[in-house]
Structure formats: C-alpha cells, structure tokens
Design a protein around this ligand. Structure first.
Ligand SMILES: C[S@@+](CC[C@H](N)C(=O)[O-])C[C@H]1O[C@@H](n2cnc3c(N)ncnc32)[C@H](O)[C@@H]1O
Length: 276
C-alpha cells in the first residue's frame, strides 16, 4: 500500500486520474493536505521529493514518528543534506547534525546537480537515507535541546569558555534553583524533568523545531554576551568541575561525538545541573 501526501489539490486530482481504473488504484491512498499537519499513519518506508522549505520540520516530524519507520529516502538541498550527515570535525558539523544523528543514522546516497531539473533551480540537491535508531535513545528531548544549544553557542570555542559565560551560568543557576525549590529530593540525581524552565537568559532562544532549520545550521552561534563572570561562585565551580572531571573543559563542540555529548549531559544531570 502506498500512502501519498500532497498539498496541491490539482496534483491530487491528477494523481487520482492517472490511477483510476488501473489494477493499482486500490493500493494507493492519497491524503490531500499539509504533511506537517497530517497525522501520518503507520509506514515502514518513506520516499519524498519535498519542497526544501519544509526540510527541517519534516525531518523532525519523521524522527518523532512512532512507531518508527525502517528508512526514509529524501531529497534535500545539498547543504542541508551535508549538515545532516556531517561528522565531528567536519566544517558543516552543527546542531542539526547532532540532533538528527541522536535519533537516526544518516547516509548520503547521491548528488543531484541542479542541471537535472528544467528550469534549473539555484541550488544543488542530494538524496539521503535516514534510518531511525532502534531502540530510540532515552533522552529527555528538552534537556538535550537546551544542552546542545548551549554547547553550540560558539562551536569552535572550548566548552570551558562557553560555560564560563555570564549568561550561560546565570541561566543554569536559575534552572538549578528552580529545580531545587520544586524537587528538593531530586537534586543530585539523574532524574529528568518535564518542568519548563526559563531559557530567556539566552538571547535568540527559539522554539524546539527551529533547531533543525537550515538557517541556524548556517550559523549555529547564538547572540550572547561574551563577558566572563570573574566572580568565583560556588555554582560556577560546580559547573566547571563537571567539565574538568573528564577533560571536557578544553574540548570544542565542533569535534565532540554523539556519545561524548550524551555522556557530558548525564554528568551535568548527575550534578543536579539541568538545561530545560
Ligand atoms: C518538489 S515537488 C515534488 C513533486 C512530485 N512529488 C515529484 O516527485 O515530482 C514538491 C511537492 O510537494 C507539494 N507540497 C508542498 N508543500 C507541501 C506540504 N506542506 N505538504 C504536502 N505536500 C506539499 C507540492 O505541491 C509539490 O507537488
């Protein structure tokens, strides 16, 4: 059974016209609507030639789809595709790479040059294969997102210098105090929480889905005050101790693997430091 989702009613009609009366017609179901707003039914394979402006939200939607599918073969704008597959140390390695690769293995399959289209568009394309990881990693998505946003404030700076930033420390301290006030017994444990906390301390904080935008893939870095808080606070020492414990202090996000990010987040959480 093939389920197609198409926004344009004229395309839907054309598709139905072509299949009507053929032996295959009862094996095609066409849903007319916005794929981003459609409750997708169960599927095991997704094949899509999408408008590139929905690349990020669609990727996110697919990665959150349950039960997860076997694989998706999707054509993206070349640069977006290269960000999806980028590995630590690659120039294009960014928040999009880390967030996607947390939930899926992504493979670059083939390049599709712009001259394959008439009229040629401005950008080249690439086809990628997305395979959700099974089992799905057990990570609190808000906690992960908050943590990765901070790590990529300046992806080529050391984590030590990022976590010494005034705004970062005050945000984390605020979260720490809120959590302590709410759940005194859980401080110091690795328990996650769904409690929403204040992220407004970081200028340019956007909603969850924007972490997959091509825009912010181009420049992952947030606008934050760079000032170093020279006042040695107890909380600051606590944060820096986590980084120093396994030599993350001198490391840079641009070179950290998925496993290292997961490990560091778990160490922060164990110290009662939370990001959401
Ligand atoms: C790049 S074209 C691909 C057309 C055709 N599927 C093909 O492969 O030749 C993208 C198609 O997605 C449709 N589309 C655009 N936004 C959509 C959305 N949010 N949900 C579903 N379909 C959408 C457009 O109407 C268009 O037909």
């Amino acid at each position: 059974m093939v389920i197609a989702v198409e926004l344009d009613p004229r395309m839907v009609l054309e598709l139905q016209r072509r299949f009507q009366g053929t032996p295959l017609s009862n094996r095609l179901k066409v849903i007319q609507g916005d794929v981003l707003k459609t409750d997708l039914p169960y599927f095991d394979i997704c094949v899509a030639n999408i408008p590139y402006q929905i690349s990020s939200p669609l990727t996110f939607k697919l990665l959150n789809h349950q039960p997860s599918f076997r694989c998706a073969i999707i054509m993206f704008q070349r640069e977006f595709a290269m960000r999806l597959v980028a590995q630590p140390g690659d120039t294009l390695y960014c928040r999009l790479s880390v967030n996607t690769q947390l939930y899926a293995r992504v493979f670059h399959l083939l390049k599709v040059g712009k001259n394959n289209f008439r009229p040629p568009p401005k950008v080249d394309s690439s086809v990628v294969r997305v395979e959700p990881r099974k089992p799905r990693p057990q990570v609190n998505p808000k906690e992960w997102d908050g943590f990765i946003r901070i790590c990529f404030i300046r992806k080529n700076k050391t984590l030590g210098s990022i976590f010494r930033m005034k705004n970062v420390l005050s945000l984390l301290e605020k979260n720490y105090k809120t959590l302590r006030a709410l759940q005194p017994s859980q401080i110091g444990s690795s328990a996650g929480t769904d409690t929403e906390m204040d992220m407004s301390g970081l200028a340019d904080y956007k909603e969850d889905q924007s972490s997959m935008d091509l825009d912010d893939g181009t420049d992952d870095e947030m606008e934050v005050e760079d000032g170093d808080d020279t006042e040695v606070s107890e909380f600051k020492e606590k944060v820096l101790a986590v980084l120093k414990e396994k030599n993350f202090y001198e490391k840079r996000s641009s070179k950290l693997s998925q496993e290292e990010f997961l490990y560091l987040l778990s160490r922060f959480n164990m110290a009662g430091i939370h990001f959401s």
